[in-house]
Design a binder for this molecule. Sequence first.
Ligand code: UTP
Ligand code: MN
Length: 567
Amino acid sequence: MKTDVIDEIKSRIDIHDLVSEYVDLKRAGQNYKGLCPFHSEKTPSFMVNTAKQIFHCFGCGKGGDIFSFIMNYENMTFNEAISFLAGKAGVKIETMHHHDPDRGNKEALIAAHEEASRFFMHNLKDSKQALAYLAERGIKPEMIEQFSLGYAKGERDSLLKHLRATGFSDTLLKKSGLAYFGSGEAHDFFRDRLIFPIFDLRGKAVAFGGRTLSSSKNIPKYLNSPEHPLFRKSESCYALHMAKNSIVQKGYSIIVEGYFDVIACHQFGFVNAIAPLGTALTPGHLKKLKKLSPKVLLTFDADQAGISAARRGIELVYAEGMISKIVLLSDGEDPDTFLRKYGAEQFRKFLGGALSPVRFFLSKAGKNKIEGVRQFLAILSSCNDPLLRDDALRELSDLASEKVMRRELEIISRKSSAEGRRLPSSVVELNSTGETPEMSKEEEILLRIALSLPRMARRIAEQIDFANLADPLARRIFERVLALPQDEELSVDALLSDCNPEERSAISRLTIDPGIDMEEIAKNVSDCIGKIRLKHINMRISEAKDKGDADALFSLLRERTSLTKKP
Ligand code: UTP
Ligand code: MN
């Protein structure tokens, strides 16, 4: 409801008009310029960009949208700023809730999905092939019932015909994504697929996932409904309505990867299991889980991709002020295959061995404990909860030997004194200052490009090895880009809405004045990525030298040679 109000206010108030009431603005190229109202200055460094609806002051660093402007200027909380601007815009906060014009529409969307779900369930009862597939995968009939599993026939428009006959309009069906209205005849979105209804928290179907029954490599194994007003992939957790009581009761949720993993977990009694839907874990998923319990158990593959996903997951969990433990499943195993092979008792034992983030990082670092400590500290810095941070640091100092810690501190202090920054007196203090490593020029250019050309954002993010990024903010932004559904563009608006003031400042600064050479973008991107890689490897080389680790040094030097040889 609140986001409706916010969008409504944003659509009615232009940032230039609003700011002009407080600041004398003059046009300057694409932007407007004026004297910053938040610090005293003689030459204007305060900019407003109407295309992006943001402001930024290059003098004091304050920046954001209309809400941040009012929060800063009028010294208000976010909610106060909403009421204040709602009043200005003539948006009534309470009454919007009651006469929500979309309300009827939402009910109709749910009705269409509920009807479709019944239709798919009915089909399943008639499909020997689909039933045999489920039996072969060890899914019990009770589970088919409980998860309302279904089957979409191979015909081109059986569901569409059925829903039209039931009285649903084409406008609604188009919106629902259940049928595809392209250039030719409209047809069903799901064909010859096993169907997993995706439920809202009340247990109403709002979308579907579909697994192909064919083993052809040319079609996607899973398809998910396109997004619509009731279905956001970055927030939907599969089976959350069935898991929620158990999450509260057990005090944690288990996050697995796929539909079958969730169903297997529930079948074997792990009823607090949920999964994201074809996207990586996002802050949106975690916010939903946090309402039930702050603790999550992350399960990932033990391969390289799984390990990086685990690192990212841990960081996101910290950023939400939540607590994670991690298990890695070996050799192409997932919770579904594990449970069927070894049973519930073994799985329980396996989960019992889950690692805390500290242990996870140290165990992945192998002999190179310093690197583990360093990576862990970098990730912990995304955590704004001092209690959580203290706990983690206490655990770290119990585990990492004193020598390792002292060594790491020396490196950090040497670096910061070289850069003329304040010397941290201890690890704890270093982190509780919340200071983040400065953004490098290359990271900054990549961010500028991603923020001003959202269409490029995913392509850039996919080329970056996140371990090479020094600045956590840059990393978080690119992670968010990757977490977006494939076809969605990065929206500066959405980014601004859930980040802290420092991040807001950096984002508005980089967006408002892109300062990039539009002709040379591709070259800029690949140059920056190359330089970032090189910097990272040079850093590891000097570490290896410091430690006198000849083996590591040798292989790093070889890596660097191959890096610089590439065109
Ligand atoms: P996996 O490919 O790891 O498969 O996808 P899985 O869940 O083990 O599938 P089975 O066991 O072979 O049936 C994990 C999850 O990623 C999403 C789905 O949500 C899936 O459950 N996914 C996967 C997609 O959205 N699209 C795909 O093409 C593949
Ligand atoms: Mn599987």
